[in-house]
Design a binder for this molecule. Structure first.
Ligand SMILES: NC(=O)c1ccc[n+]([C@@H]2O[C@H](COP(=O)([O-])OP(=O)(O)OC[C@H]3O[C@@H](n4cnc5c(N)ncnc54)[C@H](O)[C@@H]3O)[C@@H](O)[C@H]2O)c1
Length: 249
C-alpha cells in the first residue's frame, strides 16, 4: 500500500498506537504531521523517526483547545495544500478500578473532554478541508469498552460509547462527499496507557479476550492503515473490531 502524495494528521503520535500508525504511514510515503500535548515525547518520536529516514512533523497541540486544534489543522493544510487522513489516537483512561459511585465529577469531565470533545473538535476542524478536496479518511480510536462497558471504567467507557455515536452520526453526514468517518474498538494493546492502569483492571480486560492474549501495536497499525486507505471506500459511520474475538457485534 502506498500513501505517496497524501498528508496524514496523526493525533497522540508521541507514543503507543498513534506513534505506531504515524511510523507506518510515513514508511508508506505519507507526509505525516504528528500532534500531541506531550511535546517532549513527541520530539523524541520525531528524532527516532529521523534515524529511520522518516519525517514526523511535530506540533504541540492540546485537542481540548478548539482554537489550538483549528490553528494546527490550518498550519498542516497550508503547508501541504490539503489533508487526506486524520487518525485520532489521543485519549486518557482517567482513574480506573473504581465503581461508578466513587467516580469524581471532575475526573468524569476530564476524560470526556479529551476522549469525546477533543475528537469532535478535530473532526469539526478537518472536515472543511476534506470537503474542499472531495476526499478524506477520518479514524477515531474508540475502545471495546465503548461497546461493552468495562466495570471500574465508567468515564472511559462512557466517553468511548459517545465517540462511537459521534462517528455513526458524522459518517452519515458526509456519506456522499468522498469522506469516510470510522472508529476502531481495540481490546487491550500493551502501551503506556495500559501500563499505568492497576494490574487487576488489566487482568479483568485481558481475561475477556477469547484469543487469550493482548493485541500488538503492529496489528493496530495494520488495520488502521487499511481503514484510512483509498481501498476502504464503502464503509463509513462504522466501528471496526480489534478485540481478539471479544466483540460479538
Ligand atoms: N492501549 C489499549 O489497550 C487501548 C485499548 C482500547 C482503546 N485504546 C485507545 O487508543 C488510543 C491510543 O491509546 P494508547 O494506548 O496508544 O495511549 P497512550 O497513552 O500510549 O498514548 C496516548 C497519547 O495521547 C496523548 N494525549 C492525551 N491527551 C491529549 C490531548 N488532550 N491532546 C493531545 N494529545 C493528547 C498523550 O500525550 C499520549 O501521547 C486512546 O484513545 C485509547 O483510549 C487503547
Amino acid at each position: 500500500m502506498t500513501f505517496e502524495q497524501q498528508t496524514a494528521v496523526v493525533v497522540g503520535a508521541a507514543r503507543g498506537i498513534g506513534r505506531a500508525v504515524a511510523e507506518r504511514l510515513a514508511a508508506r510515503g505519507a507526509a505525516v504531521a504528528g500532534y500531541d500535548r506531550d511535546a517532549g515525547a513527541l520530539a523524541e518520536a520525531g528524532t527516532a523517526f529521523a534515524k529511520k529516514g522518516l519525517v514526523l512533523e511535530c506540533q504541540d497541540v492540546d485537542i481540548t483547545d478548539e482554537a489550538a486544534v483549528a490553528a494546527a489543522i490550518e498550519r498542516t493544510r497550508a503547508h501541504h495544500s490539503g489533508i487526506h487522513i486524520l487518525v485520532n489516537c489521543a485519549g486518557i483512561t482517567g482513574k480506573t478500578g473504581i465503581p461508578a459511585h466513587q467516580v469524581e465529577a471532575a475526573n468524569f469531565e476530564a476524560v470526556l473532554r479529551i476522549n469525546l470533545t477533543g475528537a469532535f473538535l478535530l473532526t469539526k476542524a478537518v472536515v472543511p478541508v476534506m470537503l474542499e478536496q472531495g476526499y478524506g479518511r477520518i479514524l477515531h480510536v474508540a475502545s471495546i469498552s465503548g461497546k461493552d462497558g468495562n466495570a471500574g471504567m465508567l468515564a472511559y467507557s462512557a466517553s468511548k460509547a459517545g465517540l462511537i455515536g459521534l462517528v455513526k452520526s458524522a459518517g452519515k453526514d458526509y456519506a456522499e462527499t468522498g469522506i469516510t468517518i470510522n472508529a476502531l474498538a481495540p481490546a487491550v494493546i500493551l502501551t503506556d496507557m495500559v501500563a499505568a492502569m492497576p494490574a487487576h483492571q488489566v487482568k479483568y480486560m485481558t481475561d475477556k479476550i477469547p484469543m487469550k492474549r493482548t493485541g500488538k501495536l503492529e496489528e493496530a497499525a495494520a488495520m488502521i492503515e487499511w481503514i484510512v486507505s483509498p481501498e476502504c471506500s464503502f464503509t463509513t459511520g462504522f466501528c471496526f473490531d480489534l478485540s481478539g474475538g471479544r466483540a460479538t457485534y
